[in-house]
Design a protein around this ligand. Structure first.
Ligand code: COA
Ligand code: AMP
Length: 656
């Protein structure tokens, strides 16, 4: 059922459902077009839809030039706050535009034109934002890869996206170490089969690898950002079709091969502008800080495009919620930059709460400008919600979305109307999203009944257009699961008031510290160890990270190996094949994995047992004794510390 509200939200939602064409054509006025849209939706290619066919615009023009032209060139566009370096640098709109024009000139000089791909593998430094906007300025397509991914993951993205250029930096700063990017890029280029023309390096002090050392690797010329920018001819915005791709962002699916979510230019700009005003209530003169990473969709939408398209000020934070230097870091940044709306992941709030349970730190800072705290990336658990609300004295808003949708499917749209908060719910469907809960037969289930969360087609502007290179994969993964719907892969229920409760995934995707990861990819990495016959990786509940991956391995017959040695080797294997971001640390050697008679590993049942939640054993189980034996390993795992786990889980190696 749709949410009942007679206020601004209710009216907007009703109009978006009864007259989507009129609603989204009106919203298009929030954007500057080279050729304005005559209509909103093209459904000739259904179930693949196009928004604003025939219209033209440039996204970087909307994020920069138009604000400067409106006389707001001296307003702060981007505030780069590095807790790692202890520095702050503010870029006005005019300054950011100048940097972007210059770097667009650099890319053009390297042969990048409309439709070409540029991979951006950068830490949280302004060059990341500049490179994204410069790519968009040329009508080219960026694909940002999160710095915590290993070279192999980068190589997979290089081969899928086929970039002309890679933009990177000497390295990134983590609290306990530096991350050398150049050897990672070099290794990825050697692994990939696609050849890139050029690598541009934003040089930072304090890293071992140098551009000169790697120049030529992978058949590419490696250039210094500053040297090229110093002589580049500034490039103007190139108008592109609204339906042309702006970016590809890879996300984890159930298989080891990531999915390249394609976002278009026109409908994305409209969705960003509309959501800034109506969901977050942020406009020119206001400050939004999204404490995420530009490598994730949250960073794309609300560090870069949303705030800049809206003409607001965006904070780019290089640091962590705790330890840089303490649990007051977020409140220091919010106070120092006069943040009006802060957006972060629940895991970050749990990390702060763990370090500062009595919420002493917020009292040390002037947070009087803070209006709302938004959270997404995983469910905001009621305890964390209540803690944050009491600590900050502002409404704390959970909202639910995915890389694929690009912006919130369900939210408390405070820009329109603030609805009552229900702890554990991301509130109500955002205008444009028709949220339904379906049973296995594809029919809607009654309010209060859990099922598959699906979205009626067409999806609104700003959502994925397709998967890069494969409409077929898009259809098979999302559109053919339930006829007429986009399958979100999440399960949950709608209550009598139309509030959604998201309970978890229906597939093998897990969420670690707000990062979406594939257990399938981890299983592949673990399974490639010579001692391992088969492996299952499941996500089990973790008090700070939400979930953490836990691996269960069966050894090949006759293998004798110290479980501690095996654990260290498997951890290293996942780190080198997927990246440190996988945070894979738990390994259990078991005799066998529980399976159905058709050979499917009962991962969901294993997860339920580990989390201590009620579970049903499928009647198709092959050997109930295997599950019973494993229960002893799974149950203590949720209570024990990591250091003791592999010992406690030790079974008899070689008896598989
Ligand atoms: N580049 C390279 N490595 C990275 C990285 C990056 N950009 N980001 C994380 N890593 C590494 C970390 O250094 C760590 O490596 P280690 O095992 O050598 O220590 C590993 O990946 C796991 O890091 P992280 O997930 O940050 O865990 P943590 O225990 O260090 O910190 C939190 C826990 C909760 C503080 C942290 O995960 C966090 O800030 N989460 C918020 C996430 C977020 O904003 N998500 C966005 C979705 S909206
Ligand atoms: P990502 O694509 O990385 O943004 O991850 C999207 C997935 O994270 C969703 O499909 C959900 O499983 C989960 N998720 C994101 N936000 C929320 C939320 N507010 N509540 C519950 N789950 C969420």
């Amino acid at each position: 059922m749709d949410a009942q509200s007679t206020g601004a939200y209710g009216r907007a939602y009703a109009r978006s459902s009864t007259d989507p064409e009129g609603f989204w054509l009106a919203a298009a006025a929030l954007v500057d077009w080279d050729k304005p849209p005559a209509r909103a939706l093209e459904d000739a290619g259904a179930p693949l839809y196009s928004w604003y066919p025939g219209a033209e615009l440039n996204t970087s023009f909307n994020a920069l030039d138009r604000h400067v032209a409106a006389g707001r060139g001296d307003t702060a566009a981007l505030v780069y706050d590095s807790a790692m370096l202890g520095t702050v640098r503010t870029y006005t709109y005019a300054e950011l535009l100048a940097e972007v024009e210059r770097f667009a000139g650099v890319l053009r000089g390297l042969g990048v034109g409309p439709g070409d791909r540029v991979i951006i593998y950068l830490p949280m430094i302004p060059e990341a934002v500049i490179a994204m906007l410069a790519t968009a300025r040329l009508g080219a397509v960026h694909s940002v890869v999160f710095g915590g991914f290993a070279p192999r993951e980068l190589a997979a993205r290089i081969d899928d996206a086929g970039p002309a250029v890679i933009v990177t930096a000497s390295g990134g700063l983590e609290p306990r170490r530096t991350v050398e990017y150049l050897p990672a890029v070099a290794e990825a280029l050697k692994t990939a089969t696609h050849r890139v023309n050029a690598v541009v390096v934003a040089e930072r002090a304090g890293f071992a690898g140098t551009r000169e050392e790697y120049d030529g690797t992978g058949g590419a010329a490696w250039y210094a950002w500053d040297a090229l920018a110093a002589v580049a001819e500034p490039a103007g915005p190139v108008p592109v079709a609204a339906t042309d791709p702006l970016y590809i962002l890879y996300t984890s699916g159930t298989t080891g091969s990531p999915k390249g979510v394609v976002r278009d230019n026109g409908s994305h700009a409209v969705a960003m502008a509309w959501s800034m005003e109506n969901i977050y209530g942020v406009g020119p003169g206001q400050v939004m800080w999204t404490a995420s990473d530009v490598g994730w969709v949250v960073g794309h939408s609300y560090i870069v495009y949303g705030p800049l398209i809206a003409g607001a000020t965006s904070v780019l934070y290089e640091g962590k919620p705790v330890g840089t230097p303490d649990a007051g870091a977020f409140w220091r940044v919010a106070a120092q930059h006069g943040v009006n709306v802060l957006f972060t992941a629940p895991t970050a709030l749990r990390a702060i709460r763990k370090a500062d349970p009595g919420a002493a730190e917020p009292g040390n800072y002037d947070l009087s400008r803070l209006r709302h705290l938004f959270a997404a990336g995983e469910r905001l658990d009621p305890a964390t919600l209540q803690w944050a609300q009491a600590a900050l004295g502002v409404p704390v808003i959970d909202h639910w979305w995915q890389t694929e949708t690009g912006w919130a499917i369900c939210a408390n749209p405070v820009g329109l109307e603030q609805l009552p908060v229900k702890a554990g719910s991301p509130t109500v469907p955002v205008p444009g999203f028709a949220v339904r809960v379906l049973g296995p037969d594809g029919k809607q289930v009654p309010a209060g009944t859990e099922g598959n969360i699906a979205l009626e087609l067409p999806l609104p502007p700003g959502t994925l257009r397709t998967l890069w290179g494969s409409d077929e994969r898009y259809r098979a993964a999302y559109l053919e699961v339930f006829d007429g719907y986009y399958a979100t892969g999440d399960s949950g229920y709608l209550d009598e008031d139309g509030y959604l409760f998201v309970m978890g995934r229906t597939d093998d995707v897990i969420n670690v510290s707000g990062h979406r990861l594939s257990t399938g990819a981890m299983e592949q990495a673990v399974g490639s160890h010579p001692a391992v016959a088969e492996a299952a990786v499941i996500g089990i509940a973790d008090p700070v990270k939400g979930q953490r991956p836990s691996g269960y391995v069966v050894l090949k017959t006759g293998i004798e190996i110290d479980p501690e040695v095996l654990r260290a080797e498997l951890v290293e294997q996942v780190r080198s094949q997927i990246g440190p971001v996988a945070d894979f640390k738990d390994v259990f050697v078991v005799d066998a994995l529980p399976k159905t008679r058709s050979g499917k590993v009962l991962r969901k049942t294993m997860r339920q047992i580990a989390d201590g939640v009620p579970h049903t054993v499928p009647s198709t189980i092959e050997d109930p004794d295997v599950l019973e034996a494993l229960t002893a390993v799974l149950r203590p795992s949720s209570a024990q510390s990591r250091s003791t786990q592999s010992r406690s889980a030790q079974s008899r190696p070689g008896e598989s």
